[in-house]
Design a protein around this ligand. Structure first.
Ligand code: ADP
Ligand code: MG
Length: 226
């Protein structure tokens, strides 16, 4: 199946190959923002988030680049393991779980529709919630992942054009990230600060947004360039 143009809109079909490109694009976004993420974490955590994710995504890149995959599950299991074993800190197991659950949902197929991708994102978010016992408004990465997933799935139900689905989901994710500035942390290291966590953006929310933004931009550019 190939992406086709219908009624002026791109119908996204995500192949494993294109998803590898998206993950590498997310990795590059993390590398470029290493210092910014570390500074955010220095304000309300222990100042290692950028360093942690930079190390994690370098491991992901080394592991997946140049290797050929035929199934999402196999690719995302490698991504999850790389993050789980190399990140250190709370974000390693959380992001590891996100990608692991996504891969389990997508299974052994070589390509996915945007609806299947949305279902996989929801499964990934469920994984993060269950291992971290977190919810929306705890001032964590979930303040980005939850609105992204909810808006994406709602757009699919409403049959919103695919490129617009991703744009609206990213807008909700960006708003969720910015809202963390006005929240008191209830999970993770920042929660030790109580009210003193107010006025700072959560580093994990910032990294989640960067990762999703780069991923979506890559998915869109791959499809629209053809
Ligand atoms: P650590 O806090 O162990 O130093 P990192 O600095 O790499 O780990 O990651 C911190 C980020 O992890 C936080 O900004 C937050 O977004 C996220 N986080 C921490 N605990 C949780 C949790 N229980 N649920 C969801 N996200 C969490
Ligand atoms: Mg930290």
């Amino acid at each position: 199946m190939h992406p086709c143009i219908e009624m002026g809109d791109v119908i996204l079909v995500i192949s494993v190959e294109n998803f590898i490109k998206s993950l590498l694009s997310s990795a590059n976004a993390v590398f470029a923002s290493k210092d910014m993420l570390t500074e955010l974490d220095a304000a309300i955590g222990d100042g290692d988030h950028g360093i942690n994710l930079d190390r994690g995504f370098k491991t992901v890149k080394e592991k997946i680049e140049g290797k050929s995959y035929t199934a999402f599950s196999e690719l995302l299991q490698d991504v999850a393991k790389a993050l789980l074993f190399s990140v250190g800190g709370a974000s390693g197991p959380l992001y590891g779980q996100f990608f692991l659950k996504m891969g389990m949902k997508l299974g052994s197929k070589p390509e996915a529709t945007l609806e299947e991708f949305a279902n996989a994102v929801a499964a990934g978010v469920g994984g993060v919630k269950s291992i971290g016992k977190g919810e929306r408004f705890d001032k964590t990465m979930l303040d980005v992942l939850i609105p992204f997933s909810e808006v994406l799935n709602a757009c699919i139900v409403e049959k919103v054009p695919h490129a617009e689905c991703l744009k609206r989901s990213l807008k909700a994710a960006r708003e969720g990230r910015d809202e963390t500035i006005n929240l008191i942390a209830r999970k993770g290291r920042a929660s030790y600060l109580g009210k003193r966590s107010l006025g700072h953006m959560d580093p994990g929310a910032a990294s989640s947004f960067l990762i999703l933004e780069a991923m979506c931009q890559a998915l869109l550019s791959v499809e629209t360039d053809r």
